[in-house]
Each structure stands twice: as C-alpha cells, then as structure tokens.
Design a protein around this ligand. Structure first.
Ligand code: FES
Ligand code: FES
Length: 154
C-alpha cells in the first residue's frame, strides 16, 4: 500500500517497502537529489533533512517512521527567511566541492530555528556531526553568524 509523504509542501504517494530509508525515497523515487548519500550509517550528515523542523539523518529514517512533513534543501527557501541562510552561504563562498553543503545548511537552519543567536560553541556543538572533507568549517561558522544577523534583522 502506498504511503503518503508530504515533502516541501507537496504530497507524494510512495509505493515502497516500509524499511526503505527516507534518503532513497527522496533521491530515487521523488527525484530530489540535493540531499546526498555519504556514509549511510549516520556518521557524516550529508543526508540531513528536516522532519517537522527537526534535523534528521535521512539515511537512518525508514519510510514507515517518517512522522511529519519533510523539508529538503530544495524546499528550504520557503518561507523566504530561510533563503537568507543560503544567501549567507553564497556571500561567504562556503562551498568547496559542495558535496556536504546541503546537509550543512539543513543542520544550520535547524540550529537557527532553535537558537537565533548561537555562539561559536553553540555552532560547533550543533554542527559537529556534519563532516566536510574540504575543511570549510571556518566559513560555515562565519556564514551561520551572518545568517543569524540577517534573520534577526528581518
Ligand atoms: S549518509 Fe546519512 S549520515 Fe552519512
Ligand atoms: S565542501 Fe567538500 S566535503 Fe564539504
């Protein structure tokens, strides 16, 4: 029986086994390839998406365990305020190879929704599960501070 999944504001009927990881559903079934496969064992953060605003590793969430609306990097710009995070990423030229960055941005968005003015330590704590082989951590931190300022001014 198909499972109804709300993703980025749109409902999709997904006819797959219950234990298929959400990451596979997003990429292979729905065609949202902005969310990346890195490790498959919750150790890198490349697959980070939101379920009802909470950041989750989509490689570790089975289809039958999805409890709410899924937001991926493709849907993060709505509402417009969330696009400010991506804008800060661009202004700080954060990405190098880019592979980890959708997961980084999704994790940062969840942090800023919970903590509008994070300290360096808050950022390090929240982001420590999102790995970047290119070492963009200083620019990620700067972009999060900038995004926090933009969001607080808006
Ligand atoms: S692919 Fe999910 S945490 Fe690495
Ligand atoms: S930008 Fe290359 S892995 Fe992060």
């Amino acid at each position: 029986m198909a499972t109804a999944l709300k993703i980025n504001g749109k409902t999709h009927q997904v006819d797959l086994p219950d234990d298929v990881p959400l990451l596979w559903v997003l990429r292979d079934e729905v065609g949202l390839t902005g969310t990346k496969f890195g490790c498959g064992v919750a150790a890198c953060g490349a697959c980070t998406v939101h379920i009802d605003g909470e950041s989750v590793r989509s490689c570790q969430v089975a289809l039958s365990d999805v409890w709410g609306e899924v937001t991926t990097i493709e849907g993060l710009g709505t509402p417009d305020a969330m696009a400010m995070i991506q804008q800060a990423w661009v202004e700080h030229q954060v990405a190098q190879c880019g592979y980890c960055q959708s997961g980084q941005i999704m994790q940062a968005a969840a942090l800023l929704a919970e903590n509008p003015s994070p300290t360096d330590q808050d950022i390090d704590d929240a982001m420590q599960g999102n790995l970047c082989r290119c070492g963009t951590y200083p620019r990620i931190r700067a972009a999060i501070h900038d995004a926090a300022s933009k969001l607080n001014e808006a």
